[in-house]
Write a protein that binds this ligand. Structure first.
Ligand SMILES: C[S@@+](CC[C@H](N)C(=O)[O-])C[C@H]1O[C@@H](n2cnc3c(N)ncnc32)[C@H](O)[C@@H]1O
Ligand code: SF4
Length: 447
């Protein structure tokens, strides 16, 4: 569908909404949740609870201008070694509170995890293996910057059990790469992926972006084609979130070169057409997966989940985050570590869990979180199965404009996001966000 043929679609695309990697979203976390409360949540986990571990590495060799992640540029080894020591101490401290040690999923994110170096990974994995039960580990994933990886690193990671790697490609055109401060020829990405496959890591993901400076629908389509030619199991297509009021590095991006809402919509649509044309299944709002990939299989079976890394087949009962800014989720609530590395390291040095804020979940939070997650994962939710029929009357009427624009169908208690509404799924799901009105302008555009 052409956005230009539908004025209301452009209006929808311009609204600012959260990405809903959690509900309530991080701006609603508060400082009443600290180390003690988080420790009590950890102890309350039953002994047979399955865990997903996330390890955050907030360092990069240099900063890409578009980057929205919690990271900083480092040149020296010393801050990395200090951070490694804190990470190990945090793992020990957390394990001492945990009711369960059964790990099903492990994810290294950042920043650029390879900054830790091969011996750094080895040290952390030795400690994890000593303190946790890794025998049921199904997915062990890592984010890789293709400019900073080589066959030796791939071999070490494979030996440590890594079985999935996400490669940050973003865009393959030299013109766009210069505009985003990340020069990385296609050959570099291809060689890096080959090295990981040769080492035996065959879960391959590629990250692409649209909405970047100097991108056009034609260039985004070419990126999608080139990414598909590398035959990854998964491709993520993130819409560039331009939030220069939060991210100083983004102030160096010339806003005049950014595509407008109509162009962004066209870029998202054309990439989707190219990728589905190559046989990929569209998953949720921004992922694509080979039909045989576990993500596509989970989506097919209604078992897809959404967490801070995006879409996942991970079904663990709790997510335990390690490192500066890492967020944990237990059935009781969310807890986030201090975002600045200095504050994080100070807490660890004082033998305190570095929790800085979080939120305790009410029954209403849990219910709305489930509705938003199902809408973003399955593009549908059966409200009737979750709550009394009158409970969401005002939300159902607030969905009317989406129904009128042909993006949503409502049938009794069933809310279905139609294919034309996929790009607007965050905005549609936001109808169920009880916290939103006070804070809307702090997020990025819906498409
Ligand atoms: C932590 S980074 C990936 C790992 C590695 N540092 C790299 O860049 O190759 C995770 C992904 O987030 C996406 N990303 C980063 N900043 C973004 C932004 N402002 N808006 C949307 N996506 C963004 C990029 O696609 C990036 O590959
Ligand atoms: S996109 Fe990746 S490499 Fe670039 S600054 Fe962000 S985390 Fe670092």
């Amino acid at each position: 569908m052409q956005a230009s043929g539908h004025p209301s679609l452009l209006h929808f695309a311009a609204v600012n909404v959260p990405r809903y990697t959690s509900y309530p979203t991080a701006p609603h976390f508060n400082a009443r949740i600290g180390s003690e409360r988080y420790a009590a949540w950890l102890s309350a986990l039953p002994a047979d609870a399955t865990l997903s571990l996330y390890l955050h590495v907030p360092f990069c060799a240099e900063l890409c201008l578009y980057c929205g992640c919690n990271t900083k540029a480092v040149r020296k080894r010393e801050p990395v070694d200090r951070y490694l020591r804190s990470l190990i101490a945090e793992i020990e401290l957390t394990a001492s509170h945990l009711g369960s040690r059964r790990v099903a999923h492990l994810h290294w994110g950042g920043g650029t995890p390879s900054t830790l170096g091969e011996s750094g990974f080895q040290t952390v994995m030795d400690r994890l293996a000593r303190l946790f039960d890794l025998t049921e580990l199904r997915e062990h994933a890592i984010e890789i910057d293709p400019r900073h990886a080589n066959p030796s690193l791939a071999g070490t990671l494979a030996r440590l059990g890594v079985n999935r790697a996400s490669f940050g490609a973003q865009d393959f055109s030299p013109e766009v790469q210069r505009a985003i401060g990340r020069v990385q020829p296609f050959e570099v990405v291809r060689r890096c992926i080959d090295a990981f496959r040769n080492a035996g890591i065959d879960g391959i993901n590629i990250d692409l972006m649209y909405g970047l400076p100097r991108q056009s629908a034609a260039s985004v389509a070419l990126n999608a084609d080139l990414a598909a030619s590398l035959q990854p199991g998964r491709i993520a297509l993130f819409g560039y979130a331009h939030v220069p009021w939060l991210k100083k590095n983004q102030r160096l991006i010339d806003a005049a070169l950014l595509p407008g809402h109509e162009d962004r919509l066209a870029q998202a649509r054309i990439a989707e057409n190219v990728l589905t044309g190559h046989g990929y299944r569209a998953i949720g709002l921004d992922h694509f997966a080979d039909p045989c990939d576990p993500l596509a299989i989970a989506a097919e079976g209604g078992k897809l989940h959404r967490n801070f890394q995006g879409y996942t087949a991970d079904q663990a009962d709790a997510l335990i985050g390690f490192g500066a800014s890492a967020i944990s989720r237990t059935p009781s609530g969310y807890a986030q570590n201090a975002s600045d590395t200095a504050g994080y390291e100070r807490a660890i040095a004082a033998s305190r869990l570095p929790t800085a804020k979080g939120i305790e979940l009410t029954a209403d939070d849990t219910l709305r979180g489930l509705i938003i997650e199902r809408l973003l994962c399955d593009l549908r939710v059966d409200l009737g199965a979750l709550a009394p029929s009158e409970a969401f009357r005002s939300e159902i009427s607030a969905l009317r404009p989406f129904v009128d624009a042909g993006l949503v169908a409502i049938n009794g208690g069933q809310v279905v996001i139609l294919e034309a509404g996929r790009s607007f799924a965050r905005l549609i799901a936001a109808t169920f966000d009880a916290y939103l009105p006070a804070n809307q302008t702090r997020h990025s555009a819906a498409v």
